[in-house]
Write a protein that binds this ligand. Structure first.
Ligand SMILES: *Cc1c(COP(=O)(O)O)cnc(C)c1O
Length: 392
């Protein structure tokens, strides 16, 4: 029955496991451990724990399991493992499956910490990483080789908003037996159909649209039961990046309203993009949900929408800073997917670590700002942006 529900219903009811009290709101089982009826029962559970049998919260917890099941249902995945942050999910998905000598191909336009994991950490353990322009299929084709273990990319890259062709890259990867691991934050679970389009593993930072209200850090790794239970779980439960039950409860509450928030944010992002077309103070206005975006058709085909983030080019850093400082509703911060509109200057914050040449190669200019559109009234947001552009 629940498998045929639409996403909005799954996001409200999926995976709910009520205690004997019959509570309406999901219970927080704020417990590290679990009591066994006997020494024999403890022994049996350590030999093999059933899906609703718990041992220790680093391994699993009833509230965390509700979150994992709800998100697995939403994504159409067999299983999921919840993590302490989005980066615990990205690093856990990759590190749990890779070993020295393995080869990985990744898109070079990535969230700063993802780039650090691939470039600085995995390579330290003898993993060979090749970076490609994610939008260039020939580059993927040249880089993927027999023996490539996995490919990794963000469906919509942060902060440049390029869209990667999931089915085409997956076909190249699968031809050599490589797994397709996708960081799907910008696509959101609302619009994602990544697994049916060829992904093997989908990773989310739940910090973003899933919480959506700026409270907690979290993440999840979604995939086949085989991959989650045989590869991810042993790695995560022994290295310690598991999600806390309190966080899982906050995320479950966030999931109830996620679709309403994300659709409202997406509608405002499109309205803002339209209002800003041809504005004298702006260079490019990039939004994958607008026909002016080079991968608009692909974004429609993959997700049917452009997501909640737009990118604006104000020319230089001075102009960008003047714009940020003049905004009255939109907050200067570095989260995204939040109910509150948030603006970021990547070159001096999230992507500061990169050299000027690296930023140039990724299209992160000094004038680029990333705008995560919130759920405020659309006309108030447009008015705020317009008055701040006057100040530039
Ligand atoms: C935020 C983000 C992450 C990291 O998530 P945290 O919850 O902050 O650890 C990874 N990838 C992308 C694309 C992100 O936007």
């Amino acid at each position: 029955m629940s498998e045929t529900w639409n996403k909005r219903t799954k996001a409200v009811h999926g995976g709910t496991a009520r205690s004997g009290w019959g509570e309406v709101s999901e219970a927080i089982f704020l417990t590290q451990g679990f009591v066994y009826d006997s020494a024999e029962a403890a022994e049996a559970r350590f030999i093999e724990a059933g899906p609703d049998e718990f041992i220790y919260a680093r391994y699993g917890n009833p509230t965390v399991a509700m979150f994992e099941r709800r998100l697995a249902m939403l994504e159409g995945a067999e299983d999921g493992f919840a993590t302490a942050s989005g980066m615990a999910a990205v690093s856990g998905a990759l590190t749990s499956m890779l070993r020295a000598g393995d080869h990985v191909v990744a898109a070079k336009a990535l969230f700063g910490s993802c780039l650090y994991v691939l470039e600085e950490i995995l390579t330290r353990f003898g993993v060979d990483v090749t970076f490609v322009d994610g939008t260039d299929l020939d580059a993927w084709c040249r880089a993927i080789r027999p023996g490539t273990k996995c490919v990794f990319f963000e469906t919509i890259a942060n902060p440049t908003l390029e869209v990667v062709d999931i089915p085409a890259v997956a076909a190249l990867a699968h031809a050599v037996g490589a797994l397709v691991v996708i960081d799907n934050v910008f696509a959101t679970p609302v619009y994602s159909r990544a697994l049916e389009q060829g992904a093997d593993v989908v990773v989310y930072s739940a910090t973003k649209h899933i919480d959506g209200q700026g409270r907690t850090l979290g993440g999840i790794i979604l995939g086949s039961t085989e991959f989650i239970r045989k590869t991810v779980e042993p790695y995560m439960k022994h290295t310690g990046g598991s999600m806390s039950p309190f966080t899982a409860w906050v995320m479950l509450k966030g999931l109830e309203t996620m679709e309403l928030r994300v659709r409202a944010q997406t509608a405002s992002a499109l309205a803002l993009t339209e209002a800003l077309q041809g504005h004298a103070k702006l260079g490019r206005v990039a939004y994958p949900g607008h026909p002016s975006h080079p991968q608009y058709a692909q974004a429609q085909r993959l997700m049917g929408a452009g997501g909640t983030v737009i990118a604006l080019d104000l020319g230089g850093q001075a102009e960008a800073f003047r714009f940020l400082n003049a905004l009255q509703i939109v907050l200067i911060s570095n989260n995204l997917g939040d109910a509150k509109s948030i603006i970021t200057h990547p070159a001096t914050t999230t992507h500061q670590r990169l050299s000027a040449e690296q930023r140039e190669a990724l299209g992160i200019g000094q004038g680029l700002v990333r705008f995560s559109v919130g759920i405020e009234d659309t006309s108030d947001l447009i008015a705020d942006v317009m008055q701040a552009l006057e100040a530039v």
